[in-house]
Write a protein that binds this ligand. Structure first.
Ligand code: SAM
Length: 258
């Protein structure tokens, strides 16, 4: 069984350098337009924002630069270390916590205006508990913005310039095991990874079950002009065919009823 915390700890340093994510705006996922283009979040000044699965902190920093009071949480100590260095470099104050986002005992109920989670939920086994925690911690009327890689990107393969199937459609979610390979000055490293392949309806229905009203879903056309800069260059070469035919990232915007 892969220990996902250990895997993220192992690749944190290489990941942050290779994927080169901008802090100039909020990002939603690979090859996806950023908040500067999509305008989904409104005025963030003095808003209390909770980031679930913050990784190396680029979104937390981008949110804080827009005046939000940010609490950011990640399972991996090494990712949080990277995030703290980034926040120092960018001279913003952010509360970082190491925690599994399925349980957030340190975050008071009804204290948050906006919860955001980008490219993390597929790694979380008990994602339904994460949605319940997002719901609990949000104020009535608060917003939860969930984004991640689109499941079609795993189901279909377009590497050879034509579509073929890698996996069946996840009518029942299943675990994908793979390895993340990095080449750096110390040579090659290969780290075992896993994530859950789930359909968009699985996420949609779990959000509704947690109490949310899902207000909007987006499946933006892939663009190279994404704040996910390093990923864009890399993925575009390898996945040009599939990325130009199918959405790479999905975004779901939900509200906690007043
Ligand atoms: C692909 S990174 C995304 C980071 C960031 N949100 C971004 O978009 O750049 C996924 C992150 O999810 C974190 N993660 C995975 N499972 C988690 C869990 N159960 N609770 C909290 N964080 C988790 C990992 O440690 C990793 O930093």
């Amino acid at each position: 069984m892969v220990n996902i915390k250990n895997s993220w700890n192992k690749i944190a340093h290489d990941y942050v350098r290779q994927y080169d994510i901008s802090t100039g705006t909020i990002h939603y996922g690979p090859l996806c337009p950023g908040e500067d283009k999509l305008h989904l979040l409104g005025n963030l000044r003095r808003k209390k924002v909770l980031e679930l699965g913050c990784g190396a902190g680029q979104n937390a920093v981008a949110l804080a630069k827009q005046g939000a009071k940010v609490t950011a949480i990640d399972l991996s100590e090494r990712q949080i270390e990277q995030a703290m260095v980034l926040a120092d470099q960018e001279r913003v104050a952010i509360d970082f916590f190491v925690s599994d986002i399925s349980k957030l005992p340190d975050i008071p109920s009804a204290s948050i205006d906006l919860a955001i989670s980008s490219c993390s939920i597929a790694f979380v086994k008990d994602f339904e508990s994460s949605f319940r925690e997002a719901f609990r911690t949000l104020k009535p009327g608060g917003t939860f913005v969930l984004s991640d890689m689109h499941p079609l990107q795993y189901i279909l393969d377009g590497g050879k310039g034509e579509m073929s199937f890698n996996h069946i459609f996840p009518h029942e979610p299943f675990l994908l095991k793979w390895s993340w390979d990095f080449r750096d000055r110390n040579g090659n490293s290969s780290t075992p990874f896993q994530h859950y392949l789930r359909s968009l309806s699985t996420y949609h229905n779990a959000l509704v079950k947690a109490g949310f009203t899902v207000e909007k879903m987006l499946e933006p056309k892939a663009t190279l002009n994404s704040p996910h800069k390093g990923f864009s260059k890399e993925i575009w070469k390898e996945y040009k065919y599939i990325a130009s035919h199918l959405p790479v990232t999905y975004i779901m915007i939900s509200k906690k009823p007043r």
